[in-house]
Design a protein around this ligand. Structure first.
Ligand SMILES: C[S@@+](CC[C@H](N)C(=O)[O-])C[C@H]1O[C@@H](n2cnc3c(N)ncnc32)[C@H](O)[C@@H]1O
Length: 290
């Protein structure tokens, strides 16, 4: 129950102050961003404060084409003194250069001096493949390939793809240094050809729900597993998150053709955040008799 209006306003006020501070820092740190990058990073800073009910569980390309979200974003920009023409121009840039801006954001993220992520393979992945014979693995939105490289070292035949070309190039370079082979593509979650009954393992490590249930359920071989780790929406209470979030119990429902092997929502150290937060971990198998 809400006890008073003024109490309810406090978190909103805190959010506004935090958002203003984020935007100010962004402006101060990145004076040479192009108009497109500024429009993108401004939108990303805003979306990372929005609750899951507002932003939806899709990635940037879904978010920036969601009319309801854009209406809210317009109102936010108006409130911050942007003219209608400015707002139209910013939103046009987001639409026209979605892929390029997304790739640039992630290339810059990985190239930063101290990117705040765990460079080691994901611990849940290691736990879930333990004892499984290596087969064909797909690493969706592989980033710099920390998981692809580890899987390849364990004898898996790995394919990974990502929108961020420089991150993929870095994964290939590292594979050469380690003396392992990985197949890579620079492409998007929507454009990749997942195939049918093709993979013994599909990994979504901080990659949202990837292309969603249909393509993943079709693409797994019978007996193959899907492994997912991502942020739970609760993580928003303590940090800003631009990417996909999941509600309590959402993942097992999202993949009805798969049998859940393990599902948990612990407070843990996320691979892509500097402090503990709630994460979701899901491992599910495509039934043999499918
Ligand atoms: C949080 S990182 C996770 C990287 C990697 N899976 C890992 O766990 O190390 C998210 C990744 O998703 C990629 N990405 C974002 N949008 C994408 C899209 N539409 N298609 C393909 N990759 C995308 C980014 O480039 C980035 O590498």
């Amino acid at each position: 129950m809400h006890s008073s209006c003024s109490r309810n306003r406090r978190p909103v006020l805190a959010k506004i102050i935090l958002l203003a501070a984020t935007l100010a820092t962004l402006r101060a740190q990145t004076p040479s961003l192009s108009d497109g990058q500024q429009a993108y990073e401004r939108f990303r800073a805003w979306i990372s404060t929005q609750p899951l009910t507002m932003r939806g569980s899709g990635g940037f390309s879904e978010q920036q084409s969601n009319p309801m979200l854009l209406k809210m974003y317009r109102a936010y920009l108006e409130g911050h003194g942007f003219t209608s023409a400015d707002i139209d121009a910013q939103i046009e840039l987001l639409h026209a250069r979605t892929r390029e801006l997304d790739a640039q954001h992630w290339n810059d993220y990985f190239a930063a001096k101290n990117p705040a992520f765990n460079p080691h393979p994901n611990a849940f992945l290691i736990e879930m493949v333990k004892g499984r014979p290596p087969g064909k693995a797909l690493d969706v939105a592989m980033g710099e390939g920390r998981n692809s490289l580890w899987l390849a070292q364990q004898g898996w035949e790995v394919t990974g793809f990502d929108i961020a070309d420089k991150a993929v190039a870095s994964a290939n370079e590292q594979a050469g240094k380690l003396g392992v082979k990985i197949h890579t593509e620079v492409t998007t979650i929507d454009a990749f050809d997942y195939g049918e009954n093709r993979w013994d393992l599909i990994l979504l490590s901080y990659a949202g729900a990837g292309p969603g249930a249909g393509p993943i359920e079709r693409a797994l071989k019978p007996g193959g597993i899907l492994v997912v780790e991502a942020f739970h929406e609760d993580a928003l209470k303590s940090m800003h998150i631009g990417g996909s979030l999941f509600k309590t119990g959402e993942l097992p429902h999202m993949f009805p053709a798969l049998r859940t092997v393990l599902y948990e929502e612990p407070i843990a150290k996320p691979d892509f955040a500097p402090k503990p937060a709630r994460v979701v971990r899901f491992c599910a198998m495509k039934p043999e008799s499918d």
